[in-house]
Every structure is written in C-alpha cells, then in structure tokens.
Design a protein around this ligand. Structure first.
Ligand code: C5P
Length: 239
C-alpha cells in the first residue's frame, strides 16, 4: 500500500529567537530540515514527501532540495498555523486518478514535524501499521514535567498525576481518507487553535487512535540549546 509523508515546516520558530526559522538553521553546516527530509527519503516505502513552508521560504527550500539532492519532494505553501500548513500539504494529493497532478493519493499519510530530524524507520513503520489497523496512530513519550493548571490569578488550580499522562509527539500516521475528511470538516477555530491532528481525526471521524511509545530521539528542536544538542547527536550518529 502506498505511504506518503507531509512535513509541516511553515513556522517562524519564535521560541528559538533569531531571524532564521529553526527548520532552516544550520547544524554542522547543513539546514536542520535537510536532516529530517533525509531521514524520510532513505525509507523506500515512502513514496512522496510534501514539505509545507511559508511563502518567503519556498525558494530557500527549493535550493536546499537541489543542493542536497533530495528526491521525491514536493514543496507547497504553508499556512498561518501548523494545522493550515498540514492541510495545504494534504490538499496536494488529488482525489481523482484522472487529475494531472503527478502525486498519487496514498493509502496512509505520515505527518511529521520538520524539526524532529532523528526519527527512525522503526517508529515510522509502527505508526503506519497501527494507522492501517486503527485509522490513526501517533508516537507518545513519558512526561518529563508534571502538568499543572493555573487559575486566573496565576496560582495553582490543580496538578495532573504525571504517570497517567503522556506527551503526544510526532510522527503520526492516518488513513489518508480519514485525516483528509477531518481537515475538511473541522472549523476555522480548529485550524487556528486546535491542538493536534490525532485530536481532529478523533473529533470529526470518530476513528480509533493507537498510541505508540516513541524513543527520546523524537524530540522537537525548539530552543536554542536544542540546536547544540542536535549537532552533538549528528556528530555522534549520523555523520
Ligand atoms: O511551533 P511548533 O514547534 O509546534 O511547530 C512544529 C512544526 O510545525 C514545525 O516544523 C513548524 O515549522 C511547523 N509549522 C507550520 N506552519 C505554521 C507553524 C508551524 O508548518 N504556521
């Protein structure tokens, strides 16, 4: 069965600081997004990889593809929010076989953040197989911090029992028709403020969503120190 991947990469990376969005920051001279693309591109059962970047970064992305010889990549314009970027990525796949678009609608689509470069084939395979069986699946990790809710005056309202909760990470995978339908049915509020894709699939398509334990390497490069940590990992493992 066919599997494609959509990589939202349209963010501005505000939490990192600096002018360059984190996905385009250089790690040992190579842009972060190029490592993520490479991790997916090396997997021969992933047919197409769609990258959603903001309008001003489309040329940058195309030159990265050319410079590093990336294959099977389609660049689309991202949106104002992560959900809108993902939706734009999904819309590139034609609903009809008669369409002139060279991409084929896949059976399963992986959604993976451009800023999680160390995703492994084993995890991708697990979420894809679980999505085929259950409709949707996503990687999770134990929480490193306790989650608290604060009241309006900024004082502690309540704490969650940490052992009962997990952090929802990426990759996630879906039967294409399920996630496509979920994005078409959801509201503007969901697209602008919604939490994540699994939630949309559950809310609008009433699918099951299987949770898969992921490895610590799925961590999302978010802050400046993450860039240094990611460089160390690359030095140790990838180069
Ligand atoms: O901001 P956050 O860390 O949640 O971003 C996760 C991923 O979503 C990043 O790869 C980022 O580029 C992407 N994103 C996007 N479009 C936006 C905002 C974020 O594709 N408008």
């Amino acid at each position: 069965a066919s599997v494609a991947a959509v990589l939202p990469a349209g963010g501005s990376g505000e939490r990192l600081g600096g002018a360059t969005p984190k996905q385009f920051c250089a790690l040992l001279g190579r842009p972060l997004i190029s490592y993520t693309v490479r991790a997916l591109e090396r997997i021969n059962w992933i047919s197409d990889i769609v990258v959603a970047v903001s309008l001003e970064n489309i040329e940058t992305m195309k030159s990265i593809i050319e410079k590093y010889g990336h294959k099977r990549i389609t660049v689309v314009e991202g949106g104002m929010t992560r959900h809108r970027s993902i939706f734009n990525g999904l819309k590139i796949f034609p609903e009809s076989k008669l369409s002139s678009c060279p991409l084929q609608k896949p059976e399963v689509v992986i959604i993976h953040d451009a800023v999680r470069p160390f995703v492994e084939e084993d995890t991708l395979l697990k979420v894809v197989l679980a999505a085929k069986e259950h409709g949707a699946a996503g990687a999770i990790r134990p929480l490193v911090s306790t989650v608290v809710a604060s009241s309006a005056d900024g004082s502690l309202d309540h704490s969650l029992e940490r052992s009962r909760y997990r952090a929802s990470e990426m990759p996630q995978a879906f039967l294409f028709d399920i996630i496509y339908q979920a994005y078409h049915q959801c509201t503007d509020y969901d697209l602008d403020y919604g939490t994540e894709c699994l939630h949309l699939a559950l809310k609008y398509c009433k699918t099951n969503a299987k949770l898969i334990e992921g490895s610590p390497d799925l961590w999302k490069v978010t802050y400046k120190w993450d860039l240094y940590a990611a460089e160390s990992v690359i030095k140790d493992t990838l180069s």
